[in-house]
Each structure stands twice: as C-alpha cells, then as structure tokens.
Design a protein around this ligand. Structure first.
Ligand code: FES
Length: 504
C-alpha cells in the first residue's frame, strides 16, 4: 500500500456538473476534441469571440491530464530560454517569453472578470540548481530570460528550507486551482452559447470541406473547423510520432504548518526533477505539493519512485502524513516548443506542453482562437506544428526513433512464459501463450482478466503498472484500465479480448 490516497487533490477538492453525451448528429462551425486546458480554453475564447464551439470529451472534462497537473502558472519554464535564443534567435525567445507571460496575466484577468474562485495566489517562481558547478549555466539561463524580456534575477538565497547553489527568480507568477478555473470557464462557455458533450469519444475523422467526425456511439459531427486538443493528437499523428516523447511524474501532497510554507514555487531538473508549491488547506496549514521522479510510461517501479519522493520530502520539509498522491503525464517535444496551430485545411492541433501545461494551455486557447477568427497572435509561427528545425531536431528525432526501435526489440525479450497461476493477486504480466502475446491481470479475488497485449494505437506491447493498476504503453503514452478501456489516448479503441489467451 502506498502512503496517501491515490487521487489528485484537484479532483478530490472540486465537483464538476455533468454535461450530456452527444446522441444525435450535428452540424457545427467549430468542434474541439478534448476537454482539458487547451480544449476548454480554445472553445471559451472562440465562444467569446462570437464563434460558439462544441467540445467533445471522451470522458469527463478537466479530468484527464489537466486534473492531475501541479497548477503552476509561470512563464519561467526550466532551461528553455538560452537554448531557444541560441538556436532560433533572440526574437524567438522574446516571443516565447511574451506569449507565456501574457497567458499568465490572461488567466488572472479572466478569473477576476468572471468571478471564478480558483485560489489565485501571486508568488515568485524559482528555477534552482544545487551543485555549485551548475551555477555558470544557470547564470547564462538567467541572462537569457532577462534578454527575452522577463524581469528575472539570479539569486543565491531562496526561502527553501535547504541550501541551493543558485536560482533564477521571477516575481509575480501565479499558483491556482486548475480545475476550479477551468470548470468556471466551461460554465461560462455554455452560458455564451458553446456546448460541451462528455462521454463522447471521437473515433474517426474524415477530412473534407466539412470534416466528418464519428463518435463511439456512431453519432456524426460535421464541422467546418476541427481543433484536436487531446494530450497526444488522436488523429494526424504521423506528423508528430517521432517528435513527441511521453513522460510521467509523481506528485505527493501533504499538509505543512502555515509558518513552514516557503511562499513561492520552485523547480529543478536535478534529483530527477523536483517541483515545489503549496495550496490553501484549511486553518493554520497549507498543502505542500511535491512533483518529481520523472519516468517513461510503462517503465514500472512506481512504488519505488513514490517511496523515494516521500523520503525526499520528509528529509526537506516538516510534513505530516501524505494525504494524496497521483501521477501526471505530459509530452516533451524534440525542439522544446509545443505544437500549436494549423496542421491542414481547417484542422488544428495543440500538444507537447513539456511539463509547463498551464501557461501553454492558456496560450494555445488564445493562439488557436486567433487563427480561427483572423486575429493571429505574433507567436503563431513560433509554435506552428508544421515548423521544421532540421538541425535542432535531427538528434532528438533520431533518439526517439531509436528508442521506439529498441522498445520493439525489448518487447520480444520481456514477454514471459510464466504459468499464469504464478501471477499474484493485484499484479499483471505480459505472457506468451499459444503463440499470442497476452496481457493478464489477476484481481484481488484471484480472477485473471485476459486481453491482447498489443496497443491498438500502433502495436507496441503494454506493461502493467502495479501501483495504479493500469496497462501503459511506452511508445506514445496510452493508458488502459484493467478491463482494457482507454484511459488516455492516442488510442481510440480499447485493448481487445484475446481469445487464444482465455482459459489459461
Ligand atoms: S501509444 Fe502508440 S503504440 Fe501504444
């Protein structure tokens, strides 16, 4: 048993109204696939601009990646500015900085204007290093952040209860409750004439003068413009298959006394990433949220990583019991910029937020709405999904390609031939049986549940995550429940029953 309740604090502390499922064919102006931060922000911006959009969400809105984030809304993204300036030039870095800082301010203004109670708190944001030998690099990054137009400074003292060698500090950033913010936005978009449909999974897209979307219930949506705002784009993936890298991180949340609150947000890429923030949590205390232990989906050892993160937190902060833990998934990109914009005629995408999803998601809403209403943002080209940076991306793209290849080879090796009877309750394994590769999960009552181990997205083998009791695909980050249903795309179909594996 892992310490803490296995649920996101944001999910546990907010209630969403239920939106209907789409049950009849519709013909609309704009359809947005995905009800996370990018989808809801885009649909809201469009609706406000006089083009009411519909949102088609496979599950419940703001309950996928966005419900499992850390809720840091900061323009100080780690280690982005110097590489960006050096590869694409000073103007690109300036546009990046402006687009992110404007996203931060935009969210605060919207929350204020709509009266959304989402615990907005202004805090400094720090990017820090611990070893003295890294301070040279960090000073260069601080200079690049300043050159990009943000009022950052290099400091050697922080309010953290442990020493750091140096930090970049940017004042007046924001932490908030991401679900309260987005659920408020969703309500307003419906008031403004937009529509939201939940439990409405889009399983097919046929491009045309009017795109045709088909849902899992067989309902058809004709739309003049379509925005794909799912984590990994569910369609048109060929464009980005080798440019997106899935990644998971654990989050633990535990109360601390109010006087022990460091009163800022912190991030480091050392120690396999640590991010620190707090949130309101009742009289005299705060909830400390620590994120870290980055790992590839499907690489296992979640239990060990959770233990490491809890031990690290106890060594550094005076926490009580861990109240919550969860995992957040995101996609890094090969040139460190998200892909947001037009991919084809009247078809748009938003993805690749590289662990800075709050400001990127809000920025995406403004950018996409601007494209669709003819009011382009100055940074549209910077984030264009069809951009090509062959020199900057050649190495990372090759690395992703090789790791896919390595995984396909490793898949053959890791398949076990263990007798299913040896599988312990609460665990799962990928087993070769009668020439088939089977994903077998044994529940707490000892009953085996048998599925095909081939991910329906493009055929990699899934692995079992014992801590969360889900099947994960390492290739593009799909996640499936123990019964095979899709928890997270890009797959749109579940793991199929594997009849050859039945009756083991
Ligand atoms: S997520 Fe692409 S093959 Fe599984």
């Amino acid at each position: 048993m892992l310490e803490g309740s296995a649920q996101s604090y944001w999910m546990a502390s907010s209630k969403s109204p239920e939106y209907p499922t789409l049950t009849e064919d519709v013909d609309v102006d704009v359809a947005v696939i995905g009800g996370g931060i990018a989808g809801i922000s885009t649909a809201w911006e469009l609706t406000r601009a006089g083009r009411p959009a519909i949102v088609l969400e496979a599950d419940r809105i703001v309950s996928g990646v966005t419900g499992f984030t850390t809720g840091r809304l900061s323009a100080l993204h780690p280690w982005v500015f110097a590489p960006l300036r050096d590869s694409l030039g000073a103007e690109a870095a300036r546009l990046y900085a402006r687009s992110q800082q404007e996203a931060v301010e935009h969210a605060v203004q919207i929350a204020d204007k709509l009266g959304i109670q989402c615990d907005v708190e202004r805090r400094p944001s720090y990017l820090y290093v611990e070893p003295v030998e890294r301070t040279g690099d960090l000073k260069a990054e601080a200079a690049a952040v300043r050159e990009a137009g943000l009022a950052a400074s290099f400091v050697t003292e922080t309010p953290l209860p442990y020493d750091v060698a140096g930090a970049v500090k940017l004042d007046e950033q924001v932490q908030f409750h991401p679900r309260h913010y987005l659920l408020g936005l969703a309500e307003d978009l419906v008031r403004g004439g937009g529509r939201i449909y939940e439990q409405t999974r889009v399983v097919d897209l046929v491009q045309g003068r009017r795109h045709r979307l088909t849902t899992d219930a067989g309902v058809t949506v004709h739309a003049r413009e379509v925005v794909i705002a799912t984590l990994f784009p569910v369609f048109g993936r060929a464009l980005l298959d080798f440019r997106l890298v899935p990644l998971r991180e654990l989050v633990i949340a535990a109360p601390i006394a109010e006087e022990d609150d460091p009163g800022a947000m912190f991030i480091t890429r050392e120690d396999n990433t640590r991010s620190v923030r707090t949130a309101p949590y009742g009289e005299g205390q705060r909830l400390l949220l620590i994120t870290g232990e980055s790992f590839e989906p499907g690489s296992g050892e979640t239990t060990e990583r959770h233990r490491t993160l809890v031990e690290w937190t106890r060594r550094h902060f005076k926490i009580g019991d861990v109240h919550y833990w969860w995992a957040a998934q995101d996609l890094d990109t090969t040139d460190k910029l998200p892909y947001v914009g037009r991919v084809d005629d009247n078809l748009y995408v938003a993805t690749g937020y590289a662990r800075s999803g709050m400001s990127h998601g809000i920025m995406s809403g403004r950018l996409l709405a601007g494209l669709l209403t003819g009011e382009e943002q100055p940074w549209t080209d910077l984030y264009a999904p069809r951009r090509k940076h062959p020199i900057r991306e050649a190495g990372p793209v090759l690395k992703v390609g090789l790791s896919h290849l390595r995984r396909r080879i490793a898949d053959q090796v890791r398949v076990t031939r263990m007798p299913v009877a040896e599988l312990k309750p609460g665990t799962g394994a990928v087993v070769r049986m009668r020439g088939r590769v089977c994903a077998i999960y044994r529940d707490d009552h000892g009953t085996p549940h048998v599925l095909s181990a081939r991910c329906p997205h493009s055929g990699c083998l899934v692995t079992f995550n014992d801590a969360e009791r889900v099947w994960e695909c390492p290739c593009h980050g799909c996640r499936f429940a123990a019964d095979g249903s899709v928890l997270q795309g890009p797959a749109t179909a579940p793991l199929s029953p594997e009849y050859e594996c039945m009756n083991p």
